[in-house]
Every structure is written in C-alpha cells, then in structure tokens.
Design a protein around this ligand. Structure first.
Ligand SMILES: *[C@@H]1O[C@H](CO)[C@@H](O)[C@H](O)[C@H]1NC(C)=O
Ligand SMILES: *[C@@H]1O[C@H](CO)[C@@H](O)[C@H](O)[C@H]1NC(C)=O
Ligand SMILES: *[C@@H]1O[C@H](CO)[C@@H](O)[C@H](O)[C@H]1NC(C)=O
Ligand SMILES: *[C@@H]1O[C@H](CO)[C@@H](O)[C@H](O)[C@H]1NC(C)=O
Ligand SMILES: *[C@@H]1O[C@H](CO)[C@@H](O)[C@H](O)[C@H]1NC(C)=O
Length: 454
C-alpha cells in the first residue's frame, strides 16, 4: 500500500457563476497561499544592466510563505516571475533605520545546519545573469565567499553572498537552492516609514539558470491572485493540467541570438493587438514586436504591479479610453499630473461615481497570440493615495492602470500582477507556453491530502 497525494481544488470560473466547482486529482506538486501585500520599499529587482531596462518599483507585491534551512525558519518571499536569483535578508542585514515592529525577522544562516556559503571558486560564482549589474566577485581570504551586489534604479543597493540552503514550500519535500544572502541594504531614498519591508526576500521565478524554478527543475506552476487582501493560490509543480480550468495558451517567445534589450529568461509572449471595448486600436504590428535591439518584448511579470505599454501603443490606448469614457468620467485636466512617473490618463471623481461607472467602463484587452488578458471594471482604475480635488475634497484622483513604459524608462511591455487578479495563470515550461483563464481567485481553495492506494 502506498500513500499518494491527492489535491482537492475548488475553483469558481467567472463564466460559470459563483459556485465553486471542485475537482480532485492525483497531484505531486504543492499548493501555497499567495498574498497581496503593501510593500513600501522592497528593493525593486533589477532586470538587466542597461539602465533604461531597470524595472519599475512596485507598491504591492505577491508573497508566499516559505521555510528555509534546518531547523526551518519561516520567511515570507515575494513571488517574482521577472527575476532570476532569489534572495533573503540575512542575519547581519542592516536596514537604514529602525525596522518597524511588523518587519519580518531576517534569515540566520548560522542557525541552519544545512546552510552553506558558495565558495568563490565554485562554478555558480561564474554566473553572469541579467539580475546583477556587476558579476559576482571573490571576497578573498579568509571567507573566500562569492559576493553579489544588486543595485537599483532608485539608487538603493543590496550586498550579500551567494549561499545555498534547503527550501520548504507547502507540503513538498525540501529542495536545495542557491540564493543571495543579503547582509547589507542601503536606500538612497530611505525614510523612516518607507523602509518597512513586508517580506524577508524574493523568490526568483524566471527562466534563468539560477532561478528557483530552474534550480528545482519545476516544469509547471500556476497562480490565482485574489483581489483585495484575501489569499489566492500558488500551485507549484505536479501535473497542473489535471487541476487547471480550461486555459487559453500563448506560446513563449524565444530569440536565437542575444539582443541588448531582450530579456531571454523572461516569460516573453507575443502581443498582437490592444482593444478598448470592441475597438481594436490602430497600432502597427511592428510596434508590438521586439525590434532589432530587442526592445518591445512583452513580459508576463508577477513582480511588477501595473501594466506598462510602449509609448506608441500607450498613446492610442489613452486616447481611445478617454474618448469612450468621456460621458462617464471627468478627466483630471492637469497636464503636469503623472502618477508614479508613468500614469497620466487620470480622472477626478468621487468614490461613489467610480463605483457606479466601473461596470460601464470599456474592457481593455491585451490580445496575445492564442489568448487574451482582458481588464475590466475596478481593475482599470487606481485611486492615487492622498490626492483629493473639488470642494471639501469630495473627489479623488484615479488613473488608468496602464502606464507608459517610455516615461518609466523601460523598453518593454510588462503585464503586471494587478491585471492578473482573478485570472488563473499557468506557466507551462515543459511546453513553452503561458495559459490564462478567468477565475474567482478569492473562492479558490485547495486541500492536499494523502489517499492510500491499494
Ligand atoms: C513556521 O510556520 C509553521 C506553519 O505555519 C508553524 O507551524 C511553525 O510553528 C512556524 N515556526 C516558527 C519557528 O515560527
Ligand atoms: C550571520 O551569518 C553568517 C553565516 O552563518 C555568520 O558568519 C555571521 O557571523 C552572522 N552574523 C551575525 C551578525 O550574526
Ligand atoms: C544566529 O544564530 C546563531 C546560532 O544559533 C546565534 O548565535 C546568533 O545569535 C543568531 N543571530 C541572530 C542575529 O539572531
Ligand atoms: C518620518 O515620517 C513622518 C511621517 O511620514 C515624517 O513626517 C517625518 O519627517 C519622518 N522623519 C524622518 C526622520 O524621516
Ligand atoms: C472620439 O470618437 C469619436 C466617434 O468615434 C470620433 O469622432 C472622435 O474623433 C474621437 N475623438 C478622439 C479625440 O479620438
């Protein structure tokens, strides 16, 4: 007799009403709760050396609970499909100001019997990933540790060493993986409150050789991001096909030779068009595809909050959206107002007005080869914190949740996690594709249990 893991997954598809439909499947992977957390300053992850490719910082991150080392230490890590090397704040990490009481404890390698620093003569220390603006280097004797140094667009930086330990995710067997053990972190823009970090580290999930996915030979993972503060799901490994709803797949794009602005280890898909309501925007295909420098790729990224479009696609979207909503919402009408340096399609309206209008707003569809990411209702607008207009501050400022990549200094299209809420997103590495299906992620639950097989 053999015990075999069984997963019972209850998932309600938007198309089929609110009653969750449950399915049970033999499943060798693992399921974790996925949280959306407010994250004031987590060092934004770097994507690549060219300065104009640094990713935009995010305010809200997706996190998963992980246990690291032996005995296991509980940490919270940001799930980032746009990054390669995972990292943890380690015991010696200095945060520029007193950490707030809710800040999670750092990981203490000294307290873990399975922890080992990588030696600087090890092959891993020869790694030349896009994540690090400077290659790893040898700390010299006596430690001979492999030092990694991360620096970010906002002039913050993190330094540490390459190390390995065991990671426990959900009920899965422990897996050993390399990560950056960050021992010092400094931020040029540090203020007292903005240093709070809701996570101990980051789980690098892209397709690079040192990502967590590659190191653990994960062939498939999926997530369902709940709106609001409730937990969604991360499903790692296993045969997701047995569990997943009916997905529409889009192939991952590969390029044969390196191009300076093309991130070859990102989850890159082909954008074929953008629609607002029924109107397909008149955007030339060449604007939606990578050019001879690699600029213009489209990435599916769980580590970026909002969605960014290159200026030549953003401008028609903004025009058409303003046009189609002119009877519903008043434009802000302040030509110099830009939220987070990239969002300038903004409106002024009371909360009640937006609540009433949101169901009438035209859906924005990112049309991919074989699939579509459709954004409608409340996901279209973001209330800018602290901005009030009108008499007695009756109106808030709202911006369209699509930003201008060029204004943010990026040269790619990025589909952020805000627009992946209530979507089942599957990364099928074995078949080189990403699948999407609308879902009610707040109703998604999973229980893993063992069933005896005769
Ligand atoms: C870590 O988390 C697990 C599961 O939530 C819990 O049972 C355990 O007590 C925690 N360990 C520590 C040291 O906090
Ligand atoms: C942190 O952990 C490292 C690696 O185990 C150890 O060498 C170092 O002394 C520790 N530092 C502190 C401040 O505890
Ligand atoms: C890390 O663990 C070691 C060994 O258990 C302990 O001596 C040290 O005080 C811990 N460091 C921190 C910062 O908690
Ligand atoms: C700390 O934060 C408060 C409120 O955000 C601000 O007024 C104050 O100037 C900050 N202090 C420092 C030293 O940054
Ligand atoms: C808005 O749409 C109308 C009707 O389709 C069109 O005539 C007008 O030119 C559009 N305005 C802008 C600014 O695109």
């Amino acid at each position: 007799m053999e015990m075999e893991p069984i997963l019972l997954l209850c998932l309600s598809l938007l198309a089929h009403g609110a009653e969750p439909a449950c399915r049970e499947a033999r499943f060798t992977g693992t399921v974790l709760p996925l949280m959306r957390v407010q994250q004031l300053v987590l060092p934004p992850t770097t994507h690549s050396p060219p300065p104009n490719r640094l990713r935009f910082r995010h305010d809200v991150s997706l996190t998963v609970p992980v246990a690291v080392g032996a005995p296991p230490q509980n940490v919270t890590m940001v799930l980032d499909t746009g990054s390669e090397l995972s990292w943890l704040r380690c015991n010696g990490s200095r945060v520029p100001s007193t950490p707030p009481p809710q800040a999670p404890a750092a990981f203490n390698g000294s307290a873990s019997s399975t922890y080992a620093a990588a030696h600087c003569s090890s092959p891993e220390c020869q790694w030349r990933g896009r994540d690090l603006p400077v290659p790893p280097f040898c700390a010299g004797p006596p430690s001979n540790s492999c030092r990694v140094s991360l620096s970010y667009a906002d002039a913050s930086s993190a330094d540490g060493i390459l190390a390995a330990d065991t990671f426990l995710l959900g009920g899965a067997p422990p897996v050993r993986a390399l990560f950056g053990c960050v021992t010092s972190y400094s931020s040029a823009t540090a203020t007292n409150s903005s240093d709070s970090e809701a996570a101990t580290g980051l789980l690098g999930m892209n397709r690079g050789s040192l990502s967590f996915v590659t190191q653990t030979a994960t062939l498939r993972f999926a997530y369902c991001i709940a709106p609001g503060d409730g937990p969604g799901l991360l499903v790692l490994g296993g045969d997701g096909a047995a569990l997943a709803p009916q997905l529409n797949y889009t192939p991952l794009i590969q390029i044969s030779r390196p191009l300076p602005y093309f991130d070859r280890v990102a989850y890159s898909v082909q954008l074929e068009g953008i629609r607002v309501g029924a109107a397909l925007l008149p955007i030339p295909k060449s604007v939606l595809a990578p050019d001879h420098t690699g600029a213009g790729q489209t990435m599916v990224d769980s580590g970026t909050q909002f969605t960014f479009l290159l200026a030549d696609a953003y401008a028609p979207l903004k025009g058409e959206f303003l046009n189609q909503t002119s009877a519903l919402l008043a434009p802000l009408g302040e030509s110099d107002f830009v939220f987070q340096g990239a969002f300038d399609a903004c409106f002024r309206a009371s909360e009640a007005r937006v609540a009433a209008a949101s169901q009438m707003l035209p859906e924005v569809g990112l049309v991919l080869r074989g699939a579509e990411v459709a954004v409608g209702g409340e996901k279209l607008l973001y209330r800018v914190p602290g901005e009030r207009r009108g008499e007695g501050g009756a109106e808030a400022v709202w911006c369209l949740t699509f930003g201008n990549s060029d204004m943010a200094g990026m040269s790619a299209y990025v589909i952020g996690h805000h627009h992946q809420q209530n979507v089942w997103v599957e990364y099928d590495l074995q078949n080189g594709r990403v699948g999407f299906a609308p879902a009610r992620c707040d109703l998604a639950t999973a229980t893993q249990r063992l069933r005896a097989r005769a």
